[in-house]
Write a protein that binds this ligand. Structure first.
Ligand code: NCD
Length: 340
């Protein structure tokens, strides 16, 4: 790889709002960049000066453990400054609007806003209002593009090329932004997808998704290279959609017995947070086929790649760091890295 990333498009600024923004080539470019950052993350001091002087703010209007920590870790490992905003402890509770809140944050000189919100479309709206790069870290049930990128990275790491692989996505598809972004990414990389769920947990427009659909997990598992499990997102369900959790587990849960019946090479994935005993058997997370910890670790490398892809080549930065030069740069004094 050249190590030099593409110039930013148009107005000199890019956003990551949905997987469709990237296309297949964009996804491959970010996964290649993530390989370089994965190497950085194996070092004794996993830090490079690539985004020194840049500020990344996380605006989380919805709960998050891993996505938020992952972005903050990624930004710090690139030497960016970080600022953090939590809905609960902000002036939102005093009636301030989303637009005024966001503009207040960016008026502090923020280069990139990482946003999570319960409403679909908030990230797109912020990208129109703000003079900063916007990354969608989950908007309602719409999209979660960095989760799809880290999942593709993990599949590629375990199984090689995604083209021709068959991914079974099981569980609450209707309320899942993870499923929407992952299906889009897998299709752009020529992977095959079957959604496995009861009819009440399938999105109304699923016929237009261009994927297989089944309500019988045991018919799908033997053909699966990847089994991707989704939590029941009850915070987004407006009415009772299932007879009982026990019945859901029996019909759709990946029990240890089902996991043992998978092909030897097959992997089991989950974006977290997981509910043991519901979508995933209690013992399955510890089985060798599961990639849950790898997904979390890869999330940091992939988000470093996304931040660098968005911010690393902007006009005004003293030097556009070459990611291949990062190992040497890390050892060098700051003035040398910045080009003088
Ligand atoms: C997911 C999310 O928030 O959409 N989690 C995550 O980002 N790792 C999935 C979920 O909440 O079930």
């Amino acid at each position: 790889m050249s190590g030099r990333i593409a110039e930013p498009a148009g107005d000199g600024r890019r956003h990551l709002l949905s997987i469709g923004d990237l296309g297949g080539e964009g996804i491959r470019e970010i996964l290649r960049l993530a390989d370089s950052f994965a190497e950085v993350n194996t070092r004794a001091i996993p830090k490079v000066p690539a985004l020194r002087g840049r500020t990344v703010a996380s605006l989380f209007f919805e709960d998050s453990t891993r996505t938020r920590l992952s972005f903050e870790t990624a930004a710090k490992r690139l030497s960016a400054d970080t600022a953090t905003f939590s809905a609960g402890s902000s002036s939102l509770s005093k009636g301030e609007s989303l637009r005024d809140t966001a503009q207040t944050v960016t008026a502090m000189g923020v280069d990139c806003v990482v946003v999570r919100h319960r409403s679909a479309g908030v990230a797109v709206q912020l990208s129109r209002w703000l003079d900063a790069a916007v990354i969608n870290a989950g908007d309602g049930r719409h999209e979660h593009p960095t989760q799809a990128l880290l999942d593709c990275y993990t599949i590629r790491q375990r199984l090689g090329d995604i083209a021709g692989r068959h991914v079974a996505i099981v569980g609450d598809i209707a309320h899942s932004r993870v499923a929407r972004s992952l299906v889009a990414a897998l299709q752009l990389l020529d992977g095959g997808v079957t959604l496995v769920a009861p009819a009440t947990l399938l999105p109304p427009a699923v016929d237009g998704w261009g994927v297989g659909v089944s309500s019988r997990i045991d018919d799908v598992l033997p053909r699966a290279d990847v089994v991707y499990l989704l939590r029941l997102q009850r915070e987004r369900q407006e009415r009772a959609l299932l007879p009982s959790l026990r019945e859901f587990h029996e019909r759709f849960g990946l029990s240890a017995e089902r996991a043992r019946s998978l092909a030897d090479h097959a992997i089991v994935m989950h974006p977290g947070p997981m509910n043991r005993g519901v979508e995933i058997g209690s013992e399955v997370p510890e089985m060798a086929c599961t990639t849950i910890s790898e997904q979390v670790a890869n999330g940091v490398s992939v988000r470093m790649a996304v931040l660098f892809w968005l911010l690393g080549a902007q006009p005004g930065i003293a030097s556009t760091p070459d990611v291949e030069a990062a190992p040497a740069a890390e050892q060098a004094p700051a003035a040398e890295v910045a080009g003088g």
